[in-house]
Design a protein around this ligand. Sequence first.
Ligand code: SF4
Length: 330
Amino acid sequence: MQQATIQIVRPASPVTELAAPQRWEVAQIEALFALPFHELLYQAQTVHRANFDPAEVQLSTLLSIKTGGCAENCGYCPQSAAHDTGVEATALMKVDEVLVAARAAQAAGATRFCMGAAWRSPKERDIEKVSALISAVKGLGLETCVTLGMLGDGQAEALRDAGLDYYNHNIDSAPDKYADIVQTRQFEDRLDTLERVRGAGVKVCCGGIVGMGETRTQRAGLIAELANMEPYPESVPINHLVQVEGTPMHGTEVLDPFEFVRTIAAARITMPHTRVRLSAGRQALGEAVQALCFMAGANSIFYGDKLLVTGNPDVTADQALLQKLGMRAA
Ligand code: SF4
């Protein structure tokens, strides 16, 4: 009987920092996506291990400090006033309320506390109030991050002076997909705010969402936009769309989980030093896919039972998962 021939294929050299291009073309990132899955993970692991301890995961907790009633119409977001999702609009939380949540997050092991407010852009009086929240949280010894929408002149500086470490402002998707997702602002508006944040010396947290009906080329386009920022963001949250009833994105075809893992790997390879964060949608991925994401170079998670207004794995489940995988909090 004839034996099957086993062909041994040597893996291509992993993309190291030295080999990485100065500027990533979308086609180069698409070529990463097209690699055999094991090969892509090998490359991502190699880059990851050259830059981080692969057993460490940074834990961030996100609190919605002002929920709902937002004037923007982001098609994925249950907090937009344009969508009928049953989310009740609330007033901005007070310092003592925020401190209760921040202390609990810190006690559970979070090192960064992120505060999100559903505004198109904050007013001066909002900046003053949020500055007080930032100073109070910073006083606990936590890293601080806020996401407040588009910033005007001097606002990033005021937040920085209050003790802000990171400003989150996601670009959501590739530039050519953007108009399908939100019509109340332009892609360039996002870049303007990111420039103000950088200009003030505040670190940038910027990522996107996949599973919004984009093509693979557009997923590669999102990663290219992020990787080609100079410098690229210190923190890159990758969200897997959580489909909320009442939002225009509800009913979108669900993205294959392997494609999500590929997106994580592409982010790791193209942004070797960034914290790649598993963000919204982690609950639906399950433990095995999350483990693959860690193999692909994810090294940060949102930690806590709620993410703004959508669900998140509970803290005990996360601690158990990290223990099962032999991983630990950074
Ligand atoms: S994602 Fe942010 S800006 Fe867009 S509608 Fe929701 S809260 Fe408003």
